[in-house]
Design a protein around this ligand. Structure first.
Ligand code: GUN
Ligand code: ZN
Length: 397
């Protein structure tokens, strides 16, 4: 049985910080937290936090982050689609997926939710890399059966058949690899495909991930093409909304849209770095709070330039002045809730998986209270202090 001693810090509710100084955490043979007990005397001065979840990212966009072209649709055409075409080549995919996933782990992320490209083999190669590295990984083949750019076209039937085949082989594997049907967004999929995705996701009890209401140019195009005035209502008509559906962005929402997301228990993912980078708009936290919608954080690499959860939290603050404790909540337990995993992850409590990040307490902050330390970590690249990362009690970094 393994033990770790230090200052335990976790975030059991939005804005709530729990600090247990000089504490021992015991891990059982299965990799779950068995007990949390006072240490006999002072424990090492280091921080033990729940590991981070990145709820929305694109491993195939790793090499092209930081290329400033706006707005969204122009960036997709000029930067992203040319890069995604390259993943027809599986060895290219393996190299990039591995580099990306290794970096995520090093930064303290043990759960990655990522899109792949339209290529089934590239999608699978990333699952293999996550399997080998020991990560929790939720992913799926990108689906684009309409208005796809040259070289990334696919038929509705092939998109569905390849996705279903991958779901059958990967969803639930080892209890840490899961499938997410991944229609890119309303502009590149047919309503028929969306309806079929809903049926398949139900059949396999898998996830669905897509993008929603990210940018004014995207919403304008949706309106011109379909007449839809509400992105949320458009997805609802296809029965896409629900508790297994992760919706990236959700920036431009009306009061009724937010109500609809709450009523359908849809899962909201906020990608602040990407929103700042593409100048997409400001995520409406006050609206979500008013209707009672929770959310998790995502890096959205490559629109987000960094995988670091600390930089993502910092950018969330620049959009909305949330407390450090609340920012950490949305990067840990709040994110776990979006996957329905809050009984297993997100805080440091007996019975949960020992997914942990151990950080050195920065020497300059030796006499500061933990609230101050967390704030400084968010704004000064806290990932540099990450020393150890555990997934299910197993030390991976
Ligand atoms: N909307 C559709 N595809 C994408 C993507 O790859 N990145 C972002 N940020 N938004 C999208
Ligand atoms: Zn995205």
């Amino acid at each position: 049985m393994a033990t770790l001693a230090g200052h335990l810090v976790d975030f059991p509710a939005p804005g709530t910080l729990r600090h247990r100084p000089d504490t021992v955490l015991r891990i059982d043979a299965a990799g779950r937290i068995e007990a949390v007990e006072p240490h006999d005397g002072p424990a090492p001065r280091r921080l033990i936090l729940p590991a981070f979840l990145d709820l929305h990212t694109h491993w195939p966009q790793w090499r092209v982050r930081g290329r400033a072209v706006i707005p969204l649709l122009r960036w997709l055409d000029q930067v992203i689609y040319p890069e995604e075409r390259r993943f027809r080549n599986p060895s290219e995919a393996r190299r990039v997926a591995r580099a990306f996933l290794q970096e995520a782990l090093r930064l303290g992320i043990t759960t990655v939710v990522s899109y792949a490209t339209i290529h089934a083999r590239a999608t699978e190669v990333a699952f293999e890399e996550a399997e080998a590295l020991g990560l929790r990984f939720v992913s799926g083949k990108m689906m684009m059966d309409a208005f796809a750019p040259p070289g990334l076209e696919e038929s509705t039937d092939a998109s569905l058949a390849e996705s279903e085949d991958l779901a059958r082989r990967w969803h639930g594997k080892h209890g840490r690899l899961f499938y997410a049907f991944s229609p890119r967004f309303a502009l590149t999929v047919t309503p028929d495909l969306l309806q079929e995705v809903v049926r398949l996701a139900r059949r396999y009890d898998a996830y669905i991930q897509t993008h929603m209401a990210e940018s004014p140019d995207e919403i304008q195009t949706l309106r011109e093409r379909t007449g839809a005035t509400s992105y949320a209502a458009y997805y609802h008509r296809a029965s896409l909304l629900g508790p297994r559906t992760l919706l990236g962005h959700c920036i431009h929402l009306s009061e009724q849209d937010a109500e609809l997301l709450r009523r359908t228990e849809s899962r909201v993912v906020h990608n602040p770095s990407a929103n700042l980078f593409l100048h997409s708009g400001r995520f409406p936290v006050e609206l979500l709070d008013r209707v009672g919608l929770d959310f998790g954080l995502g890096s959205d690499v490559g629109a987000g330039p960094s995988l670091s959860p600390f930089e993502v939290m910092r950018d969330a603050f620049y959009l909305n002045p949330l407390s450090p404790a609340r920012l950490f909540y949305h990067a840990t337990l709040g994110a776990a809730r979006m996957l329905g995993w809050d009984r297993d992850l997100g805080t440091l409590e007996p019975g949960k998986w020992a997914d942990l990040v151990v950080l050195e307490w920065p020497p300059d902050l030796h006499d500061e209270p933990v609230e101050t330390v967390l704030s400084v970590l968010i704004f000064t690249g806290g990932h540099q202090w990450v020393r150890e990362v555990y997934r299910g009690g197993e030390r991976l970094v």
